[in-house]
Unconditional design. Structure first.
Length: 369
């Protein structure tokens, strides 16, 4: 699990020692304590460090491999900073920074000299720079400015490689779960999210369609995304689950993989004579603890019909889960658990926007209207 944090000033990037606690120091990890599970909190690491006075983009993760990959000097990961200087930056100082400067490093009382790699430096104002380096020596940017006879007044990390803090619209101290962006990318790359003009199973129209069957063309990706769902189910549902139930056809693969990860039983409903029924010898005992799972929920019509059938059996219905929630918060389903949420407009056939009117519609779903 990885988070992109907009680090505030006055926070250090390590766990607090007793001495630091006595000095009322604050750690970036404190920002997560009420938002993640204790087991996750205990495993959080910062990907590199920003000093106490530096603000901006900081990655915090439970992935030790990521920490090594990004902080390894051999990888030459580019990090961009906004630097406010005490004095105006002269042309000579600018050229020196661009070419590399000799700085002094101190480790356990031992001082060594180091020549920084050439930096990408842009002078935005007389005392404001955008500086990009591919190293991560301790207090390197501050020492580079000292080496050219200037001083850093304020230091703010703008980005790491293609990650740009301003694109995430985070207030100071807020963080963004990178898992969300990763999942979105995976769904697009596998074709689970498609773009065009689609007729949904409800009969309504949309410019975006979620075809999660495409996700299961790549079992390792499907397993990863379903694992996110299983962890959320375990977080929000405390009871032991006896059955994972899915509506055919879309929910079958999701239901199977989720039940495998939850180590419970899996059955599915299918339509016969326009009604959802348990067939193929499937049976659910009364008073069983049951969750319903779908691939995508838009109006929730199929899920609601299945829940009605489950209630006739007399099960203890615990909740509904899905890979993609595109209900736009308008579904009658309560406490819906999802991996990914999309707020996508849907339209009646007679009120299409102009861009959809010029595209021939397709009906990719498995259910007749």
């Amino acid at each position: 699990m990885t988070f992109l944090l907009n680090k505030p000033i006055g926070y250090i990037c390590s766990r607090l020692s007793e001495q630091e606690r006595s000095l009322n120091k604050r750690s970036v990890f404190e920002l997560f304590i009420d938002s993640v599970e204790p087991s996750t909190y205990d495993r959080l690491l910062t990907v590199g460090r920003l000093d106490e006075a530096t603000t901006g983009l900081l990655l915090v993760t439970t992935d030790g491999t990521m920490v090594h990959d990004i902080t390894s000097p051999d990888r030459e990961i580019r990090k961009t900073y906004e630097v406010v200087t005490h004095d105006p930056i002269s042309t000579e100082q600018l050229i020196s920074l661009q070419q590399g400067v000799d700085i002094h490093l101190e480790d356990s009382g031992v001082v060594t000299s180091y020549t920084s790699r050439p930096a990408d430096v842009q002078r935005i104002e007389s005392d404001l720079l955008h500086l990009t380096i591919s190293e991560g020596k301790k207090r390197q940017v501050r020492r580079m400015l000292e080496a050219v006879g200037n001083e850093v007044v304020h230091l703010h990390r703008l980005g790491i490689e293609s990650l740009v803090l301003s694109e995430f619209n985070l207030d100071v101290g807020e963080f963004y779960p990178m898992e969300k962006q990763e999942i979105s990318n995976l769904l697009e790359e596998t074709g689970a999210i498609q773009h065009g003009h689609f007729i949904l199973s409800s009969g309504k129209r949309s410019a975006t369609y979620c075809q999660c069957a495409k996700l299961f063309v790549y079992p390792e990706v499907a397993e990863k995304i379903c694992n996110v769902l299983s962890q959320k189910v375990l977080k929000y549902i405390s009871e032991n689950i006896d059955y994972v139930v899915a509506p055919a056809i879309g929910g079958i693969l999701v239901g199977y993989e989720l039940s495998r990860q939850l180590e419970t039983k899996s059955v599915f409903y299918e339509r016969a004579n326009g009604m959802f029924q348990l067939r193929r010898g499937f049976n659910i005992e009364p008073n069983s603890n049951v969750i319903l799972v779908e691939d995508v929920i838009t109006t929730g019509k199929s899920a609601i019909e299945c829940i009605e059938e489950l209630n006739k059996i007399g099960v203890n219905f615990l909740g509904t889960a899905c890979l993609i929630d595109r209900t736009n918060s308008e579904s009658k389903l309560k406490n819906l658990i999802s991996v990914h949420k999309l707020d996508i407009p849907i339209y009646d056939e007679n009120s299409l926007p102009d861009n959809l009117k010029t595209i021939d519609p397709v009906k990719p779903g498995s259910r007749d209207i």
